[in-house]
Design a protein around this ligand. Sequence first.
Ligand SMILES: Cc1cc2nc3c(=O)[nH]c(=O)nc-3n(C[C@H](O)[C@H](O)[C@H](O)COP(=O)(O)O)c2cc1C
Length: 213
Amino acid sequence: MENRTIVDALQWRYACKKFDPGKIIPEDTFQRILQALNLTPTSMGMQLMKFLVVQNTEVRKALVPHAYNQHQITDCSHLLVLCRESHVTQDFIDEYVNRSARIRNQDVNSSKIKGFKKMLESANLMSENDRVKWMSSQVYIALGVLLTACAVEQVDACPMEGFVPQEFDRILKLREKGLKSIVVVPLGYRHEEDPYQHLPKVRRELDTIVEYI
Ligand SMILES: Cc1cc2nc3c(=O)[nH]c(=O)nc-3n(C[C@H](O)[C@H](O)[C@H](O)COP(=O)(O)O)c2cc1C
């Protein structure tokens, strides 16, 4: 579409309830979406998250009953599970500090980098509750970037909190991976029979949701 604005793209998108199982996202499109997802900004740039692409059809079938039988899980082209790290480990911090210093050509032993590392380590000074909230809220920023990237690429998606995280974690063996599932996002192409695609958007008027002060 010529001159398609970001608003056109976001009007086009909707939470897809029924995917066409015969339509698969081309690999180059999917890779662009993943690259966009990886460009999500995060607190201190730490990226305490991981994005799982569940390709195994048997595993997907096993997940459906733990997602309130939402069949987008099996009908979609690509199933993403956005996860947070379970803990902020010293290994995770060290890897980030070293990678960042290498990419930006900085000396890891400089006082600047040492100060940076100390700041990152302060994540473990938070209470467990605060840290979990902090990590989870950043996964939701990734969700926003993902949904926007999909809209730009004209790929359909359905953000889903309607699932049982403990069951997803068990089936996907997330404890062993040091991860917790936060939000599930099937991607693909809308089925022509999905009536939701024709519904007008329900949003507040701009002048009730934005206030200039
Ligand atoms: C965090 C989050 C969780 C959601 N969980 C579900 C879900 O489990 N199943 C579903 O069909 N839609 C789910 N939705 C979709 C919302 O109902 C939908 O985005 C909202 O009604 C606005 O409609 P639109 O996205 O079609 O514009 C979720 C949306 C968000 C942002």
